[in-house]
Design a protein around this ligand. Sequence first.
Ligand code: OOG
Ligand code: MG
Length: 255
Amino acid sequence: MSNLASLAEIVDTAAFTAREIPQLSETVALDVADAYAVQALSVARRHARGERLVGYKMGLTSRAKMQQVGVSEVIWGRLTDAMRVEEGGRVSMGRYVHPRVEPEIAFLMKAPLAGEVSAAEALAAVGAVAPALEIIDSRYKDFKFSLPDVIADNSSSSGFVLGGWHPPAIDFGNLGIILEADGRPVQIGSSAAILGHPLRSLVAAARLVAAGGGHIEAGTIILAGGATAAHPLVAGMAVKCHFEGLGSVGFGVDA
Ligand code: OOG
Ligand code: MG
């Protein structure tokens, strides 16, 4: 097994068994290209277990997120069908190491998108827009990582919840967002926090995902990245997020 394949086994097993691991960069020198190769190999292991690729997530597209984790490069990761949590559904803490939730905007693509595209071209490829929550769960101890570490760990991808789809003609560039835990607001922000406009995240996805060997096709889901800092989940919590003009999305947390 190559070194990259053995690193992929380490991060995939940590995610599959919900056990924390030390940062890979503590023992190996990993550059960003190696890290994306580890990510691809680790998601291939998910496919071998029957999971299907359904989309991509962008990460660290807002200042709040960059500051929270101390990494300030836009990153991306892969989403599988097994990560999908039904709107209003429940998750169990046992599946995660130290999960957090963050408000996002989701795009459903109606046409392929790759390479250098304008915001108008990106918008023309969008079939629908939805309010969304991402459940992130770094597999690294204390949720601490370097840029290559987090990329190798599929950019902390763990779960996502989609609200109702809206036509892309809706103006989603600066919508108020309130994330509530047990009915109390814990994060307040705007979709404008995502690179100034969530469409810019889609433009970046077209470039970065294609360059990294991914394919944005009709039917692909893209998460634009957290608009606020992420909030830790605890057993018994009810999570609800309100998006101005797009509706709400939420889920409950079991032990
Ligand atoms: C890295 C993943 C970042 C986002 O939306 O910014 C991310 C992390 O925070 O663990 O999903
Ligand atoms: Mg996210």
